[in-house]
Design a protein around this ligand. Structure first.
Ligand code: FE2
Ligand code: FE2
Length: 206
């Protein structure tokens, strides 16, 4: 039987959405939106097809370590718990095809100035972790406001604090595309993730 890993990952994003209802009493589309933004950023780094697939997997599952959180915590409170990085890293290590990467989830809240949970700086932080970090920060501040200037400033002013110059440059490229903003909306985000991960045709025979 042919097993479609991409479809499997999209299914996981729905599972995470339902867990969010349990914890947050709300669906935020967080993992789908982070995955879409991460894949858009990944385009700016000329990733191979296999790397794009791995980035899709990591970005959809980046907060999987937070599923054990207590009911009633906010999304940003959940993100501030160091434990969700540690538990997430252990969980994702068991996932096939991405086992050659280390510490992507563990370091997804590191800042380039060394002020993150594990005090990793600059290039000590894996590229995928840096991409997911920016996508995550952007998503948590995204509210669909047609005036995008506040959100863009919130991200841009983190240059050399949370994010590297090259990551901010990549961000400035993707936000020039009108389609990028449209795809972030709740009604389009699922199709956008599917389309953006179109090159990730990873499948295996089981
Ligand atoms: Fe997180
Ligand atoms: Fe997150």
């Amino acid at each position: 039987m042919q097993f479609n890993l991409k479809q499997f990952l999209i299914s996981i994003s729905f599972v995470l959405d339902y867990i969010e209802i349990d914890i947050l009493d709300d669906i935020t589309n967080h993992s789908k939106r982070v995955a879409y933004i991460a894949l858009k950023l990944g385009e700016m780094f000329n990733l191979t097809e296999k790397e794009q697939f791995s980035l899709l997997a990591f970005s959809i599952m980046h907060d999987i370590g937070g599923v054990e959180n207590k009911k009633g915590v906010s999304k940003s409170e959940l993100e501030k718990a160091k434990s969700h990085c540690v538990i997430g890293e252990k969980t994702i290590n068991k996932f096939p095809l991405i086992s050659e990467y280390e510490n992507i989830i563990l370091y997804h809240h590191e800042n380039v100035d060394g002020s993150g949970f594990f005090n990793k700086k600059g290039n000590e932080i894996p590229l995928f972790s840096q991409i997911i970090s920016l996508a995550d920060f952007f998503e948590l501040n995204y509210d669909g406001d047609p005036d995008r200037s506040v959100l863009v400033s919130q991200v841009s002013e983190q240059i050399d604090i949370r994010f590297s110059k090259r990551m901010i440059n990549a961000f400035r490229q993707i936000i020039k595309q009108e389609n990028f903003w449209l795809n972030l909306e709740d009604i389009f985000i699922l199709d956008a993730v599917k389309e953006e991960s179109g090159v990730c045709q990873e499948s295996c025979r089981i």
